[in-house]
Ligand binder design. Structure first.
Ligand code: F6P
Length: 511
């Protein structure tokens, strides 16, 4: 094929670009950092490499021209208003999202949404094909782009294709509900390597291949004949867990800066210097267990186990998918509960609950983490939950305590957290009280162990491990080589150098 623009050896494709275009009332536009854990993690990986990132610019309309930011080539994909409704809000977030998160709310199935999902995936595949150099490595991300691997392989059989799922992969019984289950699996199997957060997710995928599609699986690989191909041309794809992480060193350094330390003290002071400040930070999503958490908190206030001004909770609810009904309903419920709790239990000048429905720049989030004595991470189901890992990375003082749901992917690594089952309100209450009352040396011991885990398994290591697995798939990679260690050190150096640039990108930037 003829390639017109610049091409790259490493191409990332994700639903969103790391920055999104926000159009104001006058029709003018600014770029601001996109929401979500995927962007936070990948941005720090990509800043050290000269690659391209293909994604939606976050606003309806034709794709803006490709542009560069901090050495990265950003290649926008346009989505019309109808495509946003049908591909993003509809099929991605009202069909797949509930199925992949234990059907916490019912999934909706519409054939029109599926058709649009296919059309948009095809557009992403084409855009990737345009920017991928011969033999390039292409890293596709998440549930919004599950058809891209096979679509891309058809146009560009020369490239190596990996896919990573940031969210859980459902058990076969739930996946089976999808009318388009076969096409989705066949879409993914165009990849050479499929990465998942937990071993259980990879196993769910392999079970789907075996039970629903009758394919042969062996260990962590699946072997099959691609549809329409000669029956003797088999392919083998590897599916395995490589849990994502955060930029530990970047966060640790930022949390040690005098400005952030001072801001953390200021936050506590502005809340009346409570003895215990609890914090929740979540996208306002029904998977995050915010309702369950507030119920436990309300009951603790009711039982007089805690009370303001000594104890208070700050809940940051990051706006998310606001045009989807389930999210609108959740917001109404959460905000009703916040009003009830504050009406009942606040004292003059000391609210029982501080509720903030805003986005915050990275430095402010880090200051909040440093200010909080307890972080509550209580999702009903979560692929990983990077907030938990970010909190731990920021606590260089070994202060703070992490209350963590056993249904977050992070639980599989962060065993020294205070663990709870978010469905068990009594259990959540007890776990919160344990975290609040644990002796200081126990809290420090736990935090030290948590930090060691995240420091040793940071986002750079995740990216290196993923790319090694992709390079050697379907065979498992050998033990890390000296070359990969060098690569890792190089990326770390580049990352440190780019720290300031990354901070800048987290603030609003004018065009
Ligand atoms: O990880 C799940 C995910 O969809 C990511 O792709 C993204 O980081 C986050 O949730 C935010 O969701 P959205 O892009 O729908 O705002």
């Amino acid at each position: 094929m003829t390639v017109a623009g610049p091409t790259f050896d490493l191409v990332v494709a994700a639903n969103r670009l790391p920055v999104e275009r926000v159009v104001d009332a006058s029709g003018g536009g600014t770029w601001q950092r996109s929401p979500g854990g995927l962007v936070t993690a990948l941005e720090s990986v990509m800043r050290g490499r000269k690659g391209a990132w293909v994604g939606w610019a976050g606003a309806p309309g034709p794709a803006p021209e490709p542009f560069s930011e901090d050495g990265m080539h950003l290649h926008p994909v346009g989505l019309s208003p109808v495509e946003i409704q049908e591909y993003y809000e509809g099929f991605s977030n009202e069909t797949l999202w509930p199925i992949y998160h234990d059907v916490i709310v019912p999934a909706t199935f519409h054939r029109m949404w599926w058709n649009t999902y296919r059309t948009v995936n095809q557009r992403f595949a084409k855009a990737v094909a345009e920017v991928a150099a011969p033999g390039a490595t292409v890293w596709v991300h998440d549930y919004q782009l599950q058809l891209v691997p096979t679509m891309l392989r058809t146009i560009r059989p020369d490239v190596r294709i990996g896919w990573f799922n940031h969210i859980p992969f459902p058990p076969v019984e739930l996946f089976a509900q999808l009318p388009w289950r076969r096409a989705l699996v066949e879409g993914l199997l165009g990849a050479d390597f499929l990465g998942f957060q937990r071993t259980a997710d990879a196993e769910n995928f392999l079970r789907v291949c075996r039970r629903l599609l009758g394919m042969a699986t062996r260990g962590d690989t699946v072997t099959f004949t691609p549809p329409g191909n000669d029956p003797f041309s088999q392919r083998t794809v590897r599916a395995s867990a490589i849990p994502i992480s955060v930029d530990f060193r970047g966060l640790d350094e930022l949390a040690r800066t005098p400005e952030v330390v001072a801001r953390a003290a200021e936050i506590r002071a502005s809340l009346g210097d409570p003895k215990i400040l609890m914090l929740g930070v979540d996208r306002l999503d029904y998977t995050k267990g915010i309702r369950h958490r507030l119920k436990a908190y309300e009951e603790l206030l009711q039982d007089r186990a805690i009370a303001p001004p000594e104890v208070t909770l700050m809940q940051v609810a990051l706006p998310s998918r606001e045009r989807v009904d389930a999210y609108r309903l959740l917001r109404e419920e959460v905000e009703g509960t916040v009003g009830r709790i504050n009406g009942e239990y606040s004292v003059l000048g000391s609210p029982a609950l501080h509720y903030l429905h805003h986005f915050y720049p990275r430095t402010e989030m880090v200051a909040m983490f440093l200010a909080a004595d307890v972080l509550l991470v209580t999702p009903l189901r979560d692929g990983m939950n990077l907030i938990a890992k970010e909190y731990v990375s920021c606590r260089h003082d070994l202060g703070g305590a992490l209350v963590l749901s056993e249904f977050a992917g992070a639980w599989h690594e962060l065993h020294q957290a205070f663990i709870c089952n978010p469905h068990d309100v009594e259990g959540v209450k007890q776990t919160i009280m344990r975290a609040i009352t644990a002796p200081e040396d126990e809290r420090r011991r736990r935090m030290k162990a948590l930090r060691k885990r995240v420091a040793d398994h940071d986002v750079q290591r995740w990216a290196t491990r993923y790319l090694e697995a992709l390079a050697s798939a379907p065979v498992r990679p050998h033990r890390p080589t000296r070359a990969s260690d060098q690569e890792r050190r190089g990326v770390e150096r580049a990352n440190r150098a780019n720290q300031r640039a990354s901070d800048k990108a987290s603030e609003r930037v004018s065009e």
